[in-house]
Design a protein around this ligand. Structure first.
Ligand SMILES: Nc1ncnc2c1ncn2[C@@H]1O[C@H](COP(=O)(O)OP(=O)(O)OP(=O)(O)O)[C@@H](O)[C@H]1O
Ligand SMILES: [Mg+2]
Length: 440
C-alpha cells in the first residue's frame, strides 16, 4: 500500500519538477537574453530568436500567402457544392503553397516552398519584402531551387553590419582569395579561375580600394605576378610596390605597360599553340608561365581625355584592355578594374570592356545609372539592394556573376597592413623584364 502511494506521488512530482526546471531555464534565458545576444549572437539566435521566429512563420503563413496573392482559390463549383452539402459550413479554404521544414542557420533560417500550378519563383521574389515584415527579420530572399520549388532564405539581422571575417591564412588555392563575408555568413571568395575578370564600381569612399587591398593581400603569398595601373599618380597601389612586378602611375606609362602585356599574352598564345593545348593550364607544370593579375584603380583616369593626343592614348589603352580581357583568361592574364563610373560617356571602348568583365562588384553608388551599368543585365532586385547601401556601410557591395547575386562586405585592410603584406612577400615578386616600361 505504502509502496503504491509513494510511487504515485513520485509519478506526480516528476512532471512538476520538469515543469519547474523548464520554467526556470526559460526565464533565465529571457533575463539573460540581451547580454547573450550581444556576446553570443549565434547561441542567442538558436535558443531564443529562432523558435520565436519559426512560430511567427507558422502563424502568419496563411494570411501572408493570401495577402500576397499566393493562395489559390478552390474551383468555384467546389465551393458551391460544399455550401450545399455542408449545410452552411464555411467554404473550403484556398490552397496554400506547401512549406517545408523551417531549418535554422547561424543567422536566420531556410525553408523550401512547393509552388502551386500557375506560380513562378518571381511571385515569391516579389513577396519577399512582405515576408520580411511579417516575420520581423532583416531580409528575405527567394530563389528558384529546382523546378516547382523555391528556396526562401531569411536573415534575422544584417550579417554585414559587423561581419566576423576570418582572414585568409597562408597562400590557399592558386588565384582564389578570401576577401570578406557574404550575407549568408559564408566567406566571400573571389576565384579568378572561375570568373577571370572583375569590374568593381562605387562612389568615392565606398570601398573600392579597400577591396583591391584585400585582393592584393590575398594574392601576395601566392605564386602570381601582380601588375598595377593607378593613374591617380600611384596614390592607391604604390603601397604594394615591393610586391608588384610593374606599376604604371600615369596614362603614358599605362599605355606602354598594357601594350607590353598584350605582347606577352600573344607570346603565351604561340607557346600554347605549339604545345597543342587550349590554355596555359594544359602545359606541363615546369613550362607553365606565371599567372598575372592586372589591377586598374580608377579606370576613368585612363579614359577621360582633354586633348587630341590624349584621345589616342585613351583609345590605345581601351583597345589593349579589351584584348587582354578577350585573350587573357586562357593565357593566365586576369583583370580587376575599379572605377567610380563605367558609362559610355568615358568613351566608346568602355562599354565593350564592361561586357568582357564578367564578375561585378557594385558598392554604394551615387546614381542609379551606375548600379545599372554594373548589374543591369541581372535581376532588378540586385539594383535595389545596391542602391540601399548607405555611406556608413562602406565596403558593403552587391556581387554578381553568371550565377546570380549576393550582398557582401570586404575585410577592412588598412594601409599599414597592406604595406606590411607587400614587404613580407616582396621576395615572391616575379621579375617580368618584358613589362619594364619606364620612360626610355
Ligand atoms: N570593408 C570595410 N569595412 C569597414 N570600413 C570600410 C570598408 N571598406 C572601406 N571602408 C571605409 O571607407 C573608407 C574609404 O574606402 P576606400 O578608400 O576603399 O574607398 P574608394 O571607393 O576607393 O574611394 P575613392 O573612389 O575615393 O578612391 C576607408 O578608409 C574605410 O574607412
Ligand atoms: Mg580608391
Amino acid at each position: 500500500m505504502n509502496l503504491a502511494s509513494s510511487a504515485t506521488s513520485a509519478g506526480v512530482a516528476g512532471p512538476n519538477w520538469v515543469l519547474v526546471v523548464a520554467a526556470a531555464l526559460v526565464s533565465g534565458l529571457l533575463l539573460a537574453g540581451p547580454a547573450l545576444r550581444r556576446r553570443y549572437p549565434v547561441t542567442w539566435w538558436l535558443l531564443l530568436g529562432y523558435p520565436a521566429t519559426a512560430l511567427r512563420v507558422v502563424r502568419t503563413w496563411r494570411p501572408l500567402m493570401a495577402g500576397c496573392g499566393l493562395a489559390v482559390s478552390r474551383r468555384p463549383a467546389l465551393t458551391v457544392v460544399s455550401g450545399l452539402v455542408g449545410n452552411g459550413a464555411p467554404p473550403p479554404q484556398p490552397r496554400l503553397p506547401r512549406r517545408g521544414l523551417i531549418r535554422p542557420t547561424s543567422s536566420g533560417f531556410v525553408l523550401l516552398v512547393r509552388l502551386l500550378p500557375g506560380q513562378v519563383p518571381e511571385d515569391f521574389v516579389k513577396a519577399a519584402p512582405a515576408m520580411a515584415e511579417s516575420w520581423q527579420v532583416h531580409a528575405v530572399r527567394a530563389t528558384s531551387w529546382r523546378p516547382g520549388v523555391v528556396r526562401v532564405v531569411a536573415s534575422a539581422a544584417d550579417p554585414l553590419a559587423a561581419p566576423r571575417v576570418p582572414k585568409q591564412r597562408g597562400p590557399g588555392h592558386l588565384l582564389r582569395v578570401t576577401v570578406g563575408a557574404l550575407e549568408t555568413g559564408a566567406t566571400w571568395v573571389l576565384d579568378l579561375r572561375r570568373v577571370p575578370h572583375w569590374l568593381i564600381v562605387g562612389a568615392t569612399r565606398s570601398g573600392k580600394s579597400t577591396l583591391i587591398n584585400a585582393i592584393v593581400a590575398g594574392l601576395a603569398p601566392q605564386p602570381v605576378a601582380l601588375v598595377g595601373i593607378d593613374c591617380k599618380g600611384g596614390m592607391e597601389l604604390s603601397l604594394y610596390e615591393p610586391r608588384l612586378s610593374a606599376l604604371a602611375t600615369n596614362r603614358e606609362q599605362a599605355v606602354r605597360l598594357l601594350a607590353a602585356l598584350v605582347d606577352l599574352t600573344l607570346n603565351r598564345m604561340t607557346v600554347c599553340r605549339e604545345a597543342r593545348v587550349r590554355n596555359i593550364w594544359g602545359l606541363p607544370d615546369k613550362e607553365r608561365p606565371i599567372p598575372i593579375v592586372v589591377i586598374v584603380d580608377e579606370i576613368a583616369e585612363l579614359f577621360l581625355v582633354a586633348s587630341r593626343n590624349e584621345k589616342d592614348e585613351a583609345q590605345a589603352a581601351g583597345t589593349a584592355l579589351i584584348r587582354l580581357a578577350q585573350l587573357g583568361a586562357a593565357l593566365g592574364v586576369f583583370l580587376v578594374v575599379a572605377g567610380q563610373r563605367v558609362g559610355s560617356d568615358l568613351g566608346p571602348g568602355v562599354t565593350a570592356l564592361r561586357a568582357q568583365l564578367g564578375g561585378r562588384v557594385c558598392h554604394r553608388v551615387a546614381d542609379p545609372g551606375t548600379a545599372e551599368m554594373a548589374l543591369g543585365d541581372l535581376n532588378p532586385d540586385a539594383l535595389k539592394a545596391a542602391q540601399a547601401i548607405t555611406p556608413e556601410q562602406a565596403g558593403t557591395a552587391v556581387l554578381a556573376s553568371g550565377d546570380g547575386w549576393e550582398r557582401a562586405r570586404s575585410h577592412l585592410i588598412t594601409e599599414s597592413e597592406a604595406e606590411a603584406v607587400a614587404v613580407e612577400y616582396a621576395h615572391l615578386t616575379p621579375v617580368l623584364s618584358e613589362l619594364h616600361v619606364e620612360a626610355p
